[in-house]
Design a protein around this ligand. Structure first.
Ligand code: NAD
Length: 294
């Protein structure tokens, strides 16, 4: 098992994940371009470092939890990046949601330095991160996965090796297609029912008990009943993922007509200044179109 864990990216997700690793007794070296979460983790017992290169030089296992592909490319391959501090035998697990094609590119560049990379994006949101109950979708070599599994088990409950590097990311993108399309279908269905005058609580109970039932319906039920869409998972972040999905689909030659429409709806929500709403808030756009906004 790795002895020192480096952790870069201490935002909504990374901060509680790093705390859980400390609580489980692991030695941690942390870095973020924001000072506040670094200081907080230092008070909880972590060492700190000023650059990704310095974190990497002190780590046996390096974890990143960054916003998007360009951030991971910069931290991994940029000046003062992971590649400059790397030595043979280092294991690098990127847990951000990024393009799987970029993961493969970064993995190839780092492999030249003897680094073994896993892509390991997560699902489960801030609550899953705080509770150590994430679903972690991993791509990479089985022996590397096995060596990191005890660390993943501190942060997650469902941990699945899907195949080689990039396959974690492809799985996460598939996850995000299903969730966005499901929430948009729910939005259309509930808007139709609203205009017809149905009781939303009775409707959700009836739908939830049949084939239309889903985790999205169950988890977002309180939002739909209250008509309030505080995040949760923001429309802005899901829009970022829809961009990654379409980019990857074009690269692989896969038409995704439903996802393309959903992406435009999420784009319209951002234009309307609703990017900070929970992704279930896509219903507000459908309600506007139908003239049944509350
Ligand atoms: P966030 O924006 O809260 O955190 C990102 C952190 O990375 C920030 O603290 C930022 O300062 C740091 N950072 C960015 N660039 C950096 C750099 N060059 N050097 C050092 N630090 C840098 O984002 P988040 O919500 O924690 O999400 C992280 C990833 O997890 C994203 O890819 C997101 O899509 C994914 N994700 C988020 C959720 C969620 O519910 N928020 C759920 C599942 C997956």
């Amino acid at each position: 098992m790795a002895q020192v864990i480096g952790f870069i990216g201490l935002g909504i997700m990374g901060r509680p994940m790093a705390h859980n690793l400390l609580k489980a007794g692991h030695a941690l070296v942390v870095h973020d371009r924001n000072r506040a979460p670094v200081d907080e983790l230092a008070r909880a017992g972590a060492k700190t470092a000023g650059t990704p290169r310095e974190v990497t030089a002190q780590s046996d296992l390096l974890i990143t939890m960054l916003p998007n592909s360009p951030d991971v490319e910069l931290v991994a391959l940029g000046p003062n990046g992971v590649i400059e501090g790397a030595r043979p035998g280092l294991v690098y697990a990127d847990m951000s949601t990024i393009s799987p094609i970029v993961s493969q590119k970064v993995g190839k560049a780092l492999a030249a330095k003897g680094v073994k990379m896993l892509d390991a994006p997560v699902s489960g949101g801030e609550k899953g991160a705080v509770d150590g109950a994430l679903s972690i979708m991993v791509g990479g070599e089985k022996s590397v996965f096995d060596s990191v599994l005890p660390i993943f088990q501190v942060m997650g409950k469902t941990i699945t090796l899907l195949g080689p590097l990039g396959f974690g990311g492809f799985t996460k993108l598939a996850n995000q297609i299903i969730v966005a399309a499901n929430l948009t279908a729910l939005a259309e269905a509930l808007t139709l029912a609203k205009k017809a005058g149905l009781d939303r609580e009775l409707l959700l109970t009836a739908l939830g008990g049949g084939l239309a039932g889903s985790k999205c319906l169950e988890q977002k039920r309180p939002n739909y009943l209250a008509g309030s869409y505080n995040p949760g998972f923001k429309i802005d972040l899901h829009y970022k993922d829809l961009g990654l999905i379409m980019e990857t689909a074009r690269e692989l030659g896969v038409p995704l007509p439903t996802t393309a429409v959903v992406q435009e709806l999420f784009s319209a929500l951002r234009v309307k200044g609703r990017g900070g709403l929970d992704h279930s808030g896509v219903i507000t756009l459908l309600e506007d179109l139908a003239g049944v906004s509350t």
